[in-house]
Design a protein around this ligand. Structure first.
Ligand code: SAM
Length: 277
């Protein structure tokens, strides 16, 4: 590793529980930074003590203003500034994207030191499909806004990943069960810590399990994708074509019905011609 860190902004992921997960590159970057932007100086001081270094820190949290960003940008020409959050990957449900954008817009280098992230770690434990997933961060706290947010993603064919706290877990699971149906899901807690656990079950099972006993610690909820709709039958096809052929040409009716039922257009067109004879 070179002695000097390149000037610019270095986004550094830190452990989500187990300090052993701090990568050598992350440790080296923090130790050689001129300044570290932190959410909470006490939290990052513990990490720096683990690395065995002392580096000046400056607070950069959810309340950071445009002026705070300008002050950081003014340093980036000749200083290496690291950005960390209390735990995990900065910018993921944590502050930082405005700073990254502003740094790049001002012509500075932005580097990343990737590492732990609770959302990704939860996916590795849940055993749900990972080819497509949608990260929702924290749902809104108020019931109506939470319902709207869940409804918005109800038909998305992807595993959903959410951050949640113990006291709100049961209500969130109940709202998810009510609006998404009883999908397979997992509550993943205290990842990489002493009491790490992954409890799997249907959304309603899990809502019941936690209703009267809110768990302690940090939590990620994962929810499997909706079941595939059953393929349309010949009877469904004839019914839809019968309706469409009453007002459209065979080719237009076939196009519309093929899209509506998710069937191959060629097959639907052939049937449309038969029915319109
Ligand atoms: N930037 C972080 C990351 O990369 O995961 C997330 C920050 S967000 C403010 C904090 C939330 O992440 C917690 O409320 C919890 O939902 C989740 N989380 C963080 N650490 C966790 C852990 N060790 N186990 C389970 N969930 C965790």
């Amino acid at each position: 590793m070179p002695e000097q860190l390149a000037p610019g902004l270095h986004v550094v992921a830190t452990p989500i529980g187990n300090l052993g997960d701090l990568s050598p590159r992350a440790a080296g970057t923090l130790a050689r930074a001129d300044l570290i932007l932190v959410e909470d100086t006490r939290v990052t001081a513990r990490l720096l003590a683990h690395v065995g270094c002392k580096v000046p820190m400056r607070r950069y949290d959810d309340h950071a203003t445009e002026r705070d960003r300008e002050a950081v940008i003014a340093l980036l020409g000749d200083k290496a500034v690291a950005l960390v959050s209390d735990a995990g990957t900065p910018l993921v449900s944590d502050p930082g994207y405005k700073l990254v954008r502003a740094a790049r817009a001002a012509g500075h280098e932005v580097h990343t030191v990737p590492g732990p992230c609770a959302a990704i770690a939860a996916l590795t434990l849940a055993g749900l499909p990972t080819d497509r997933f949608l990260f929702l961060g924290f749902l809104p706290a108020r019931a109506k806004a939470r319902e709207d947010a869940i409804r918005e993603v109800g038909t998305v064919q992807a595993t959903l990943v959410l951050y949640e706290s113990g006291p709100r877990l049961a209500a969130t699971l109940a709202a998810l069960a009510q609006q998404l149906g009883d999908r397979e899901s997992a509550v993943v807690r205290e990842i990489t810590k002493l009491h790490e656990e992954c409890v799997t079950g249907s959304l309603s099972d899990l809502a019941g399990r936690y209703r009267d006993s809110p768990p302690k610690g940090e939590i990620v909820i994962t929810v499997g994708p909706p079941a595939e709709a059953p393929a349309a039958s010949d009877a469904d096809l004839d019914e839809a074509l019968g309706e469409a052929l009453g007002r459209l040409s065979p080719s237009r009716a076939a196009a519309k019905v093929a899209e509506q039922l998710g069937l191959p257009r060629k097959r639907v067109y052939a049937r449309a011609l038969e029915l319109s004879k």
